[in-house]
Ligand binder design. Structure first.
Ligand code: PCA
Length: 210
């Protein structure tokens, strides 16, 4: 059985690279286990991303699955807490599809909570001096779509969730914030290690007032 499945995305929206793919590959290169870690790269399409993620889950049967995507404009690692069952695309995906409403998972619930220990991951990544915060929305584009499919497909035994990352150094267009790729990869390894070792979340009040 594979311990961890990490997925990243191909480039989209005219960008030459996607740090999520670079970071999951680097995290896998540096992973020392002992649990195995598998990596997959997903297409940035509404039609293809869910089936590809489901195929990877069936192939690897992981204990922990963390899907990863870039969130241009963010300066911190963002551990996503809620997947909403909604597609609304501000830009076309890589196949030209641009839905404006409707669910990612027809017949599914309106939303899911990540089953990763999200607050513990934020705490552990920050302890490594990497900026990290809890996020309440993964948006309504392909990343959130994959998050929804992950939560729908993962059995109760699997800890599943999504992490958004900033651009890696040298990649950001228009002066958007960046983080060193090594820090992004390290944050993903910490998240995987924490989810394997400590499935229960910490009991620490947080949230937002508005
Ligand atoms: N980010 C996009 C899709 C792929 C990616 O890396 C998103 O946040 O939806």
């Amino acid at each position: 059985m594979t311990g961890v499945l990490l997925t990243g995305f191909e480039p989209f929206g005219g960008a030459a690279a996607n740090p999520s793919a670079d970071a999951v590959r680097l995290a896998a290169d540096r992973w020392r286990g002992p649990e195995p870690l598998a990596v997959g790269i997903l297409p940035v399409t509404f039609a293809g991303s869910g089936p590809r993620l489901r195929a990877l889950l069936a192939e690897h049967d992981p204990e922990v699955v963390i899907a990863v995507g870039v969130a241009g404009g963010r300066s911190s690692i963002g551990v996503e807490r809620v997947a909403v069952n909604l597609r609304d695309a501000r830009i076309p995906d890589n196949a030209g599809a641009q839905p404006s409403s409707g669910p990612s998972v027809p017949g599914g619930p309106p939303a899911w909570f990540a089953t990763l220990p999200v607050k513990r991951i934020v705490r552990d990544v920050r302890a490594a001096h990497i900026p990290c915060e809890l996020s309440l929305s993964a948006g309504t584009f392909v990343c959130n779509n994959v998050f929804a499919h992950a939560m729908d497909a993962a059995s109760a035994r699997v800890r599943a969730g999504f992490i958004h990352v900033p651009w890696a150094t040298g990649q950001a267009p228009h002066g958007e914030p960046e983080l060193p790729l090594a820090d992004i990869a390290r944050a993903l390894s910490i998240a995987a290690r924490t989810a394997l070792d400590a499935p229960d979340d910490v009991d620490e009040p947080g949230g937002t007032l508005h």
